[in-house]
Design a protein around this ligand. Structure first.
Ligand SMILES: Nc1ncnc2c1ncn2[C@@H]1O[C@H](COP(=O)(O)OP(=O)(O)OP(=O)(O)O)[C@@H](O)[C@H]1O
Length: 623
């Protein structure tokens, strides 16, 4: 499957179902090969009977030789078909991964934005399923339907032999089902607990310096131990009885072979069957029961694979896990950014209590505008940034750039449309060049260098040990917070996107970095981009022409920078007005799921505007 096909499979509908449908042909061929393999498995029994009953009684060496030659050919085919079946199952596992990997990875990444809510661990589930398809357990599942063939031959030899094996097979199946029932519950519980322990360990490692510095490691270690113990205990609840049953099943199978041998011997003594039939019956019964035994042994893996399959099916059935629209290559936007009546609740399941983070936010910006967004901590600046770049979808209202919603651009094209520097910059493991070029393999050196120069980081990169080829992220060349932030800025401005949103871009910058940032904002604006800067520090809004003051998720002020700043300063220095009338409380914001009220201004004349805190006003004065 070509990459574009994979992407489309993930976009157009339920990618999981369509990939499973694509595997049907392979399943059919594996079933046919299994039929041939199982028929050829009769070779050994039939050969033994012929040797015992025909060759030994006739004493004919030529018969023995020709029988052996036939057996060699038949076993040759058996080996070939067995090899082809294993190879095909392996290929199907790879095909599953190729077909779903891209969509799963994308859905997984989108899940990380907090816009979807999944119990799923899709990449891990995909790995489990891939492993199970290529395992001997999968081959045993294809062999299981051939059990009646071996039973049929046993019945032909003697009905008692058939019934004894049927009894054995049923007991084996009962043991398998009991095993599945025991494991089922414990697997899903232990899986969830294991995921919790793993994510705690991952989070601890990410914050390892803080943990070590503050002597938190022993306590965190104990907490992880408790989580891990709970996961192990939950797994063990099912594992002990399951392994007990598997052991009983194995011993039972050996006992059954001896029982068949004994019954065969008795039937020979009674003159009911030939001596050769004893050995043939023992081999046949062993072969009939082999898949049952194998499935019992592999039940844990098969159980995990079934759980993974169910989770993946649910994951891909959820529209939020897919990208329903982004398949159109829209032209790059040229128009305004219009934010109208945007309300955003905290991510979570609909119907649960989700706090309101943004309330009826409305403003518009023209190409070339630079907007500084100012507000206290938790005012909603980062939330607005996420909504503007499309990482979070508004619950009410919309954000349009050049007339289109961000979700209407294809993911590939979106890179030319949006640049985003988040508050926490994390560079991915790769070179500086890879990171600036957003891992676009076709990026030109000229574009990467242009972005670095626009962000004022070119010289700093050249000073790194290997310049643009320096490997960063993970355990590679460690970078300072400011260096990361400036490379992150170059990544955001790469390709001069139509909309660039910078969330606290100068939190780690020195004076030189501040100046470079201001130059980058001006250069972007001159190139026609709209730049939105979330800021605590006034230096970040030096190069903008508009200001939005956020307070409690609402727009307290919006307008030209000079007007907003002078109004804020005038209000700050004016004496407080006499309370002639009690001001009306702010209008109640709409309930979750309710349409937002119309009108760009969310306060009526009688309502009091949220007043930015003293710290913000001080920052404004400074700006
Ligand atoms: N993923 C999330 N889930 C739930 N609530 C969130 C989430 N992210 C942010 N919030 C809440 O949204 C509110 C606004 O947070 P936000 O990060 O947008 O503020 P901010 O103005 O950027 O603050 P700061 O200047 O401190 O970075 C806070 O009350 C915060 O708890």
């Amino acid at each position: 499957m070509r990459p574009s096909d994979q992407t489309r499979a993930g976009i157009g509908g339920n990618a999981y179902e369509s990939v499973l449908r694509g595997l049907r042909g392979g399943v059919l061929v594996v079933a046919l090969l299994s039929a041939a393999i199982n028929v050829l498995m009769l070779t050994g029994s039939v050969y033994m009977m012929q040797v015992y009953d025909r060759v030994l009684s006739s004493g004919s060496v030529p018969t023995l030789v020709s029988l052996f030659a036939i057996v060699v050919v038949l076993y040759g085919f058996l080996a070939l078909y067995d090899f082809l079946r294993g190879r095909l199952l392996g290929r199907m596992a790879i095909r599953l991964d190729r077909g779903l990997g891209t969509a799963t990875f994308r859905a997984w990444i989108q899940g990380g934005t907090g816009t979807t809510d999944h119990e799923a661990q899709p990449l891990r589930d995909l790995e489990t399923l891939r492993g199970a398809i290529a395992s001997p357990g999968a081959q045993a599942l294809f062999d299981l339907p051939w059990l009646p063939l071996f039973l049929g031959v046993l019945f032909v030899l003697h009905p008692w032999l058939g019934w004894l094996t049927v009894g054995g097979a049923l007991t084996g199946l009962a043991l398998t089902l009991a095993n599945g029932a025991i494991l089922g519950k414990s697997l899903s519980r232990s899986g969830a607990l294991e995921a919790t322990a793993r994510s705690f360990a991952d989070g601890s490692r990410r914050d390892s310096q803080t943990l070590v510095a503050m002597g938190m490691e022993p306590a965190v270690n104990r907490h992880w131990r408790r989580l891990q113990d709970a996961a192990l205990a939950a797994g063990q609840i099912g594992k002990d009885p399951s392994e007990g049953l598997a052991a009983v099943s194995r011993a039972f199978r050996m006992l059954l072979q001896s029982a068949i041998l004994s019954l065969g011997a008795y039937l020979v003594l009674q003159g009911e069957i030939s001596a050769g039939s004893i050995i043939a019956a023992t081999v046949l019964a062993g072969r009939a029961l082999a898949p049952v035994d194998q499935i019992t042994g592999q039940w844990r893996l098969i159980g995990r694979a079934l759980h993974a399959h169910r989770r993946l099916a649910a994951f891909f059935a959820d529209p939020a896990a897919r990208d329903p629209q982004a398949s159109v290559d829209l032209p790059l936007p040229k128009g305004e950014l219009i934010v109208s009546q945007v309300t955003k609740f905290a991510p979570g399941r609909p119907g649960t209590d989700r706090p309101r983070l943004l309330t009826q936010m409305s403003f518009r910006l023209n190409p070339g505008d630079g907007l500084g967004v100012i507000g206290n901590s938790a005012a909603g600046k980062s939330t607005l940034a996420r909504v503007l770049v499309g990482a979070w979808t508004p619950d009410a209202g919309e954000v349009r750039l050049g007339g289109a919603l961000l979700s209407q651009w294809s993911a590939e094209r979106l890179g030319r449309v949006v640049g985003y520097l988040p508050q926490q910059v994390d560079l991915l493991p790769g070179t500086v060049r890879d990171n600036i070029a957003r891992f676009d393999a076709g990026a030109s050196d000229a574009d990467v260098i242009a972005a670095a120069q626009m962000a004022g980081v070119h010289d700093m990169i050249l000073a790194l040990p290997e310049g643009y080829a320096t490997r960063v992220g993970d355990h590679w060349t460690p970078l300072s917070g400011g260096q990361k932030q400036r490379i992150g800025l170059a990544r955001a401005v790469y390709g001069t996107p139509a909309l660039v949103v910078l969330d606290e871009p100068n939190s780690n910058l020195d004076a030189a970095g501040d100046a470079a940032l201001a130059r980058a904002i001006l250069a972007l604006r001159q190139a026609g981009s709209i730049v939105v800067v979330m800021a605590h520090r006034p230096s970040a809004i030096a190069a903008v022409n508009k200001v939005l003051i956020l307070h409690g998720g609402m727009a307290a002020e919006f307008g030209d920078k000079e007007t907003v700043l002078s109004a804020a300063i005038a209000r700050d220095t004016a004496p407080p007005p006499a309370p002639a009338v009690v001001p009306a409380p702010p209008a109640p914001p709409p309930a979750e799921g309710q349409p937002a009220r119309s009108g760009a201004n969310i306060w009526s004349a009688s309502q009091k505007r949220p007043r930015p805190a003293r710290a913000v006003r001080a920052a404004l004065r400074e700006a």
